[in-house]
Design a protein around this ligand. Sequence first.
Ligand code: MN
Length: 205
Amino acid sequence: MEKKLHTLPELPYAYDTLEPVISKEIMELHHDKHHAAYIKNLNDALEKHTELFEKTAEELLMDLNAIPEDIRMVIKNNGGGHVNHSMFWEIMAPNAGGEPSGALAEEIKKTFSSFEDFKTKFNDAGAKRFGSGWVWLVKNKNGGLEIMTTANQDNPMSEGLTPILGNDVWEHAYYLQYKNVRADYLKAWWNVVNWQAIEKRFNKN
Ligand code: MN
């Protein structure tokens, strides 16, 4: 049987095009080193149970209990790293920002009272996430929207939730530029958020 190795998706824009919000140096390290390392570690772990190469990274995360215990944690961390970053590149774009439209905009307004309130709550949750992790907007089991955070590279899909968008609050995502001031990074990040891509994620799930 042919093994389907997990591969690094190409960045959908040039490394320097999210400047000044995210520097070229951060993008290069983040994509070429960090994301690439998650994929290498994921593939290396799957070599111990090659039948799992048949599953997508998302399928692995959605049923962690189905993964043999000797590689479960490695898959949770590195499969999560792969899925999270693949989403992250896709939900950002140069000359982006602004506000969502359509059904997502309505749902955000209904849930958080306004887009501004949503951003404030999201930034606040991201700032309070202790240590490394992610802050998310997810669709819950009842179809409603929620803000949540996860530690490490944990993905909400392992808890049966559908991630609509997420921001990476690991220091590697911002420290070279924003130093210890994560709150400034969280605020600036909205200027590179690609709402069209996020609306597609919302509408298909
Ligand atoms: Mn990262």
